[in-house]
Design a protein around this ligand. Structure first.
Ligand code: ADP
Ligand code: MG
Ligand code: ZN
Length: 487
């Protein structure tokens, strides 16, 4: 970043509220991209004249959960509005949204970056409906578009932040943190690729010290967190370059081009006036009872940031480990169950974020589907901690646990994998290797330090991998020291 300029970024996030049915009709929510187009469509969500929308109660509840988790003020009365524009993905010719009186305002979300904790203010949270999906094709010189209305009318929550972020890292932390909250609340699966969680950053640049905002661009088509970080970084650099050359930034919408790793101009930015917003005449004001709000507030789970703080305090974890564990509630719960079964927290964190995450990625499953009860992992960790088995043996044992479902202790016993800590036995193995490899020993004593690792490996091999590595190391060092003194 150029020292004279400061990036300013605010985010609009659209999250599909994954209720059973759509926002204003009974059509089901199609979650799988494998389903045929237009299988969940009715006269309401295809915009037939004479149909009337009915508000989905569950969607309002989901929206309230989010608004409360973000510490927003809830509007007792909010108003649906028509946002008019003409495009084939919008069969009615307008989108039902909220404009002047949104469901919620003035919230906040705490994020943690390497610069420490920061509070990002939330400007507004409102309900709307999603549009259909267009696929543009070009075959044999003919261009045409296909319209799929499965997505048309899905409940959509728009969450708008204040322009409080000043780096791509902060943007990522905010978007990631928000997604994590939505998943904790069970309202959204957080799938960027499927378009169920869409992040649109607005980026501008201003001279350091200035209080006015520069001209912004809005980035679309960011389908992963990596794309988000790169897209924002690219836009910051592009705009900085323009300003350095004395040129102006044009207010517009740009799209992230994954192949080019660049943003490309999409369209000039429309003003609110172009949308001719007006109150939706087919829906009454949305009135929220205080009792309902209180009930939902009381039912909220412990949220990621609070858990993050608690994990550090209660289990003495560092910020990195705590952050990794709380990102997914199922993982956080699993971790706590492992610790409750008496595994040391730091070891539990290492095993989960190392071995288990590796397995989850490999099998593309969540931690619950790993077929490894928390007590069983705790059993394995305790064997390592008590030096009954070493780390390498433990990894082998884990593999067998996953296939056979047996406990770590049973596998260690049946296969005789118990680590050997008997000092005499270890001394014996060490002596054997030193006697059997006089040349390497001589080279080591002559100053070739690296050979000590090789000798360690030889002893471990003699012990069939079962020697206590800590004791082996100490004994090997002791005997080598003795030889060196005896020279
Ligand atoms: P619109 O809905 O027309 O896109 P809003 O004013 O509601 O515009 O802002 C959308 C998002 O853009 C908000 O997150 C806001 O914080 C952010 N934003 C607005 N102006 C700027 C700016 N000059 N630089 C960076 N972000 C901005
Ligand atoms: Mg916008
Ligand atoms: Zn429908």
């Amino acid at each position: 970043m150029h020292p004279e300029f400061e990036p300013v970024i605010g985010l609009e996030i659209h999250a599909v509220l994954e209720t059973r049915s759509k926002m204003f009709c009974d059509c089901r929510l199609v979650a799988s991209t494998h389903e045929q187009p237009n299988v969940a469509v009715c006269p309401v969500c295809s915009g037939m004249p004479g149909t009337l929308p009915v508000v989905n109660h569950a969607a309002v509840e989901y929206a309230l959960r989010v608004a409360l988790a973000l510490e927003c003020e809830i509007a007792t009365t909010s108003i649906f509005a028509r946002k008019s524009y003409f495009y084939p993905d919008l069969p009615k010719g307008y989108q039902i949204s909220q404009y002047e009186q949104p469901l919620a305002r003035n919230g906040r979300l705490k994020i943690d970056t390497s610069q420490g904790e920061q509070t990002i203010r939330i400007r507004r949270v409102h309900l709307e409906e999603d549009t259909g999906k267009l696929t543009h094709l070009n075959e044999d010189g003919e261009t045409y578009s296909l319209v799929d209305l499965n997505r048309s009318g899905l409940p959509l929550l728009e969450i708008v932040s204040q322009p409080d972020m000043h780096s791509a890292k902060a943007v990522r932390a905010y978007a990631f943190g928000l997604r994590s909250i939505l998943r904790y609340l069970g309202v959204n699966s957080g799938n960027l690729e499927k378009g169920f969680f869409r992040i649109e950053p607005n980026v501008s640049i201003r001279p350091v010290g200035s209080r006015t905002l520069g001209t912004r661009t809005e980035i679309k088509n960011l389908n992963s967190f990596r794309a988000l970080e790169r897209g924002v970084t690219y836009e910051i650099e592009r705009q900085t370059e323009l300003l350095l050359q004395g040129k102006d930034v044009v207010q517009e919408t740009v799209g992230w081009d994954e192949a080019e790793q660049a943003t490309v101009s999409q369209r000039s930015k429309e003003d609110a006036d172009d949308y001719r917003y007006f109150p939706e005449p087919d829906l009454p004001p949305l009135v929220i009872e205080q009792d309902w709000v209180d009930e939902i507030r009381a039912s909220l789970p412990e949220l990621p940031h609070a858990k993050f703080k608690r994990f550090q305090a209660e289990y003495d974890l560092n910020a990195y480990d705590a952050g990794v564990l709380v990102a997914d509630e199922a993982v956080a719960d699993y971790f706590e169950a492992v610790v409750a079964a008496d595994a040391p927290p730091k070891l539990a964190a290492n095993w989960i974020s190392g071995e288990l995450f590796g397995l989850m990625r490999q099998q593309d499953v969540g931690i619950e589907q790993l077929n490894l009860p928390a007590e069983d992992l705790a059993g394995l960790i305790k064997l390592v901690d008590a030096e009954h088995i070493n780390q390498n043996t433990a990894k082998e044992v884990l593999e067998e646990m996953l296939t056979s479902g047996e406990s770590a202790a049973a596998i260690v016993k049946a296969r005789g994998l118990q680590q050997i800590s008997d000092p005499e036995q270890i001394a014996h193995w060490v002596q054997g290797v030193l006697l059997g490899n006089p040349n390497q020993v001589a080279e080591y004593l002559g100053g070739k330090q690296a050979l000590s690792g090789w000798l360690f490996g030889q002893v471990m091999q003699a012990a069939e991998g079962k020697a206590n590595p800590r004791l082996l190391r100490a004994e090997l060092d002791r005997q080598l020291e003795e030889l060196s003194e005896g020279r």
